[in-house]
Ligand binder design. Structure first.
Ligand code: ADP
Ligand code: MG
Ligand code: ZN
Length: 639
């Protein structure tokens, strides 16, 4: 029953209507067939007449049923040519009837059992199932239609899943920027798809599958499509989460269909997005999900079993590689891993270039500056920024996108929309200004910190009352202990300034505190930067490609010691920061007043104040030449 239903589900509406008609016809036919009354020539007679017929020896045989008595009269000499008529009369339950029939020597039998049995049988086993079945089909046919709405669903035999098949993919590697390593490792696959014979001749076994791994929005889906585009082969895609939402047993059927379809289309690419939703490690959870497990098994079987002389490559994407079932990663399955990481500065510039191709840019646009102000942003963010920039240009009544529009877009994407009408009281505004200048000043006065790009006290909707933006000149991959300590001091600069100037502690520093504590914690638990714990790992990082959350790996007693160590780092940093600001109170006051007046000041304006007091810094900080600057995920320090 189950199998049949899945098969039937996929018929289209037209076919469904005509089979409804068949069912109704069959029903009518069976009804006619089972009631003899309608199909022989019969006449009703009275019971009296029946009795007299018996006495006059005109009856050959009778059939007695619960409701009626059928009478076959003896052949009449006169009417030989005519057909004998079957007669019937109501059964009055006459107790003497049997005696009479016996006396007259009439054959009699009771038929009802057989006829009832027949019609009951037909009703119970043929008509009822047909009715139930057509109701079932009607309901699920609807459901099936609903499920397949909103996408170019293919007529894929038995499959309802959203399998997208695209034949002419125009996306190429030129559309994917900043993922050179990933592209390099995928080139082999493209060559394989184009020249499968070459590889088969020599006896090489090519990877059947490659797993694209990286955070969301870095272009995994895009890359998979680009592979299909470059190789000029069909692209069959399905999302792992689609499998899971289905009825029992259907996920596995979908996988089968998918591979069947792929064999028809070979050479081609199968792309399974979000493969982690089916490929979750089977032993990692208490409760198993049979459906998912079946689907996974089917996937494994198909990957092992498909015709290796056909050039089919299975690409899959995930941002959680560590939860994947080991069986999926075995040789012969997804044995290749292609890392699709967050783009670096050069990558970001390239991505911005790709996305601004069709956009009219003004002369003053520097994509490099935009890229610099968005460390940690992924391709999807950058695409979004270009588009927001274009929207802003239209809003500002321009025909070209200016740098200003793009800057605004960065702020929209990264810090929430500018909201000029959010009113702060005069005192609040002063506090915010000193707070931000506190951050900026600490950054300017310490060594090896990222230069200040912008300070603003224009509030954003996302909650920040103002922020200081630091920009690394270059990306950096190694960070020293001193640099981390300085970063913490910059984060604590806001609150420290408030304390120095207003002798007041406000809620504005919560985010700073959180980040400073996190940095201090990493110094203690991950980077081995304290004497107390030497090079002992106290935390390990999980979900590297998602949130990168750290998990504690130590005893409770050690935990307490860790907390003490973190506190001591923060306390020292806090004291040093306050001292630094106290010594530079004149600068703090001067720049804060200037900021209050201007609301937004940029890095060079700000540094002029600093250089006035410390001319020697002009050499060091005016044009920075540090070559190994830190690659930081987030350089915007918000209140
Ligand atoms: P993922 O699958 O990794 O979550 P997508 O491939 O869906 O990310 O990327 C979403 C969008 O972001 C793409 O359609 C593209 O516009 C843009 N994008 C992401 N990465 C890149 C990149 N490296 N180069 C160009 N555009 C990119
Ligand atoms: Mg994707
Ligand atoms: Zn702050």
């Amino acid at each position: 029953m189950n199998n049949k239903n899945t098969e039937e589900n996929n018929n289209n509406g037209k076919k469904q209507n005509s089979s409804m008609l068949y069912i109704i016809l069959a029903f009518l036919f069976l009804y006619a067939f089972t009631s003899t009354k309608n199909f022989m020539t019969t006449d009703e007679i009275t019971y009296n007449k029946f009795l007299s017929m018996i006495q006059e020896d005109q009856v050959e045989s009778v059939i007695i049923s619960s409701g009626e008595i059928k009478i076959l009269p003896k052949e009449d000499e006169d009417e030989k040519s005519n057909r004998r008529k079957l007669l019937y009369t109501g059964n009055v339950e006459d107790p003497n009837l049997i005696n009479l029939l016996n006396e007259a020597g009439v054959d009699y039998k009771a038929e009802p059992i057989q006829s009832n049995f027949m019609s009951d049988f037909i009703f119970n086993w043929v008509i009822m199932p047909l009715i139930l079945f057509s109701i079932f089909r009607f309901v699920f046919g609807r459901l099936g239609k609903k499920m397949s709405m909103g996408g170019p669903m293919m007529g894929m035999g038995k499959s309802n899943a959203k399998v997208y098949k695209e034949n002419d993919i125009k996306i190429t590697f030129n559309d994917v920027a900043g993922q050179d390593e990933a592209k390099e490792s995928l080139k082999e696959i493209i060559d394989y798809l184009n020249h499968a014979e070459k590889y088969i001749d020599i006896g090489a076994k090519l990877p059947k599958g490659a797993l694209l791994v990286g955070p969301p929005g870095t272009g995994k889906t895009l890359l998979a499509k680009a592979v299909a585009g470059e190789a000029n082969v069909p692209f069959l895609s399905i999302s792992g989460s689609n499998f899971v939402e289905m009825f029992a047993g259907m996920g596995a059927a979908k996988v089968r269909d998918l591979f069947q379809e792929a064999e028809k289309n070979a050479p081609c690419i199968i792309f399974i997005d979000e493969v982690d939703s089916i490929g979750k490690s089977r032993d990692s959870q208490l409760q198993t999900n049979d459906e998912r497990e079946q689907t996974l098994n089917q996937l494994l079987t198909q990957m092992d079993g498909f015709d290796s002389t056909k050039a089919i490559v299975v690409l899959a994407a995930t941002n959680r590689p560590e939860i994947l079932d080991k069986a999926l990663l075995r040789p012969g399955r997804f044995d290749r891993r292609v890392i699709v990481d967050r783009p670096d500065l050069k990558g970001r510039i390239d991505i911005l270039k790709v996305h601004s191709k069709g956009v009219k840019l003004g002369d003053d646009v520097s994509l490099e500056e935009i890229a610099k102000s968005t460390p940690g942003a992924v391709g999807a963010d950058l695409a979004n920024i270009v588009n927001e920039g274009a929207l802003a240009a239209v809003k500002n009544g321009r025909e070209f996108v200016m740098q200003e529009d793009l800057r605004e877009a960065v702020e929209v994407i990264i810090a929430g929309k500018e909201k000029k009408d959010r009113i702060l009281s005069t005192l609040e505004k002063r506090i915010v200004a000193f707070h931000e200048v506190g951050h900026a000043l600490v950054a300017a006065l310490l060594d090896n910190t990222d230069p200040v790009h912008k300070i603003t006290i224009v509030p954003r909707t996302m909650g920040a009352l103002g922020y200081t933006m630091q920009l690394p000149e270059e990306e950096k991959y190694l960070v020293s202990k001193e640099e981390l300590t300085n970063q913490i001091m910059v984060m604590l600069g806001g609150r420290s300034a408030e304390e120095e100037v207003f002798n007041l502690v406000s809620t504005g520093a919560s985010n700073d505190i959180e980040r400073a504590t996190q940095t201090a914690r990493s110094m203690v638990t991950i980077y081995g930067m304290t004497d107390k714990f030497d090079m002992m790992a106290l935390e390990s990082v999980q979900n590297r490609y998602l949130d990168g959350r750290a998990v504690r790996e130590c005893s409770d007693q050690t935990s307490t010691l860790i907390d003490e160590e973190i506190l001591s780092i923060i306390r020292t940093c806090h004291e040093n920061t306050r001292k630094l600001l106290r010594e530079n109170r004149d600068l703090l006051d001067k720049i804060s007043e200037y900021l209050l007046e201007k609301e937004t000041i940029f890095g060079d304006e700000f540094m002029e104040f600093v250089f006035e007091k410390y001319p020697e810094l002009r050499l060091k900080k005016g044009k920075r030449v540090d070559s190994d600057k830190d690659k930081k995920e987030e350089d915007i320090i918000e209140v």
